[in-house]
Design a protein around this ligand. Structure first.
Ligand code: PLP
Length: 436
């Protein structure tokens, strides 16, 4: 079996009128005096909302959710029921998607530098669509998966993105023709072009330029005799903070550029690989203050709090994800405006001093046993934890409203949700939080 977990934890039905913070309150009350384990509450309604926004704003673009971003089973299963495809980056991610019933044709193996054995695995399981950006990859694919449908990934201008990917991946435009000719010589089938403008892209013009670049590659490939039919516009979407309004603007620019460079009559299939967009705001993390030190200071006390999740656990994103470079856990309890604030350092639980969450953070005094919450913890968190010091990983509690659970159709978006209903009918559900 793959290294990724295949949990089938029950999903809680959220009673009408209850909110996610009621769920968190209820969970904390349940844990009181029993355990102080960190936990996430996942709001599946939030994921549905994002999906409906996607299909209404980007009707030509089918999302292939990037599993790397968050591989929680219920999330993947729900997205599959919403008819998204999946971007997998390894054998284990492919195995996980297939084990959840995803069809091989709904998977793109979107990694341009793959281990030979993983390509062989993809072949054995009829996962045919995969990306490449170099000649060595073509040789490996021709050896173990000659029937693959190949997508050439090009490097694009990602200088306006928080996380740049083009230094590591993507063929430069001047090298594209030679690569395509090599694919021809090897008798391989190239069907499309992909790019990724970088995670947390701040400029819609990056998409326009990338789509225009992709058009050039389509023309070269068609000239060489390939039947080009797929454009993959990658990931890089977000809707939190400054990005809230930008998603609509991005969608307009993408739709306009697609219509200009790939008019609908071309019959082109357009896909994307959104990760962050789908899950970022669906996850709230709750952590517990497990220890405290007060250091006398000449002005006021310096508080040092130690919480039970940190940089080696759910918060590793602090070290690599600019979207999370500043996490600000806030007290779960109600805080009075008049309460004095103290300069506080919040540390994670491990024995390493880089396990620090905040440096100079002014908050009211906390006590051992208090809970802190962190919002927007869905992207690049649960999938990037380590086992360092073997602290318990945050448990994941998933909730959904009865409306989402039972809705066969979304009238506002004119979308059938029949598969979603079937998914919830076959998943263990309960009402543990409704009585709190
Ligand atoms: N596709 C590929 C190939 C990636 O490398 C990534 C992220 O690194 C994604 C999709 C998802 O990107 P995002 O979370 O910015 O949407």
């Amino acid at each position: 079996m793959h290294g990724l977990s295949l949990e089938r934890n029950p999903i809680d039905i959220l009673e009408t009128g209850k909110s996610i913070s009621d769920v968190i309150d209820g969970k904390i009350r349940q844990l009181y005096s029993g355990s102080e384990e960190p936990f996430y509450v996942v709001n599946l309604d939030n994921i549905l909302e994002r999906h409906l926004q996607w299909i209404s704003l980007l009707p030509r673009v089918k999302p292939f959710y990037a599993v790397k971003c968050n591989n929680t089973t219920a999330v993947l299963k729900m997205l599959s029921a919403l008819d998204t495809g999946f971007d997998c980056a390894s054998k284990a991610e492919i195995e996980l998607a297939l084990s959840l019933g995803v069809k091989p044709d709904d998977i793109i193996y979107a990694h341009t530098t793959k281990p030979l054995s993983h390509i062989r695995y993809a072949c054995a399981h009829r996962v045919n669509l995969m990306t490449f950006d170099n000649e060595e990859e073509l040789l490996k694919i021709s050896l173990v998966h000659p029937q693959a449908k190949l997508v050439i990934r090009i490097a694009v201008d990602d200088s306006k993105s928080m996380v740049r990917l083009s230094p590591k991946f993507g063929a430069r435009l001047p090298t594209v023709r030679q690569l395509l000719e090599r694919a021809r010589e090897l008798n391989l089938e190239v069907v499309g072009v992909s790019f990724h403008v970088g995670s947390g892209c701040t400029k819609s013009s990056a998409f326009r330029q990338a789509i225009e670049d992709a058009r050039c590659v389509f023309d070269v490939a068609s000239f060489l005799g390939f039947q080009m039919r797929l454009l993959d516009i990658g990931g890089g979407f977000s809707k939190i903070g400054d990005f809230q309004e930008r998603f609509e603007e991005f969608s307009q620019v993408i739709n306009g550029s697609l219509d200009e460079f790939f008019p609908p009559v071309s019959g082109l299939e357009v896909i994307a690989e959104p990760g962050r967009y789908y899950v970022e705001s669906a996850f709230t993390l709750a952590v517990n203050v497990i220890a405290k030190r007060v250091l006398p200071n000449h002005h006021s006390s310096l508080m040092m709090y130690y919480i039970n999740d940190g940089v080696y656990g759910s918060m590793s994103c602090i070290t690599f994800d600019p979207a999370h470079s500043k996490l600000e856990p806030y007290p779960h309890r109600a805080v009075k405006k008049s309460e004095p604030r103290y300069r506080s350092i919040i540390w994670g639980p491990t024995c390493d001093s880089i396990d620090k969450i905040t440096e100079s953070y002014w908050i009211p005094e906390l006590y051992v046993g208090d809970w802190l919450l962190v919002d927007n913890m869905g992207a690049y968190t649960v999938s990037v934890t380590t086992d360092f010091n073997s602290f318990e990983k945050a448990h994941i509690y998933t909730v959904v409203t009865a409306e989402t659970c039972c809705a066969p159709y979304c009238f506002a978006s004119k979308v059938s949700l029949g598969h979603l209903k079937v998914f919830f009918e076959h998943w263990p559900l309960f009402h543990s939080f409704s009585v709190q």
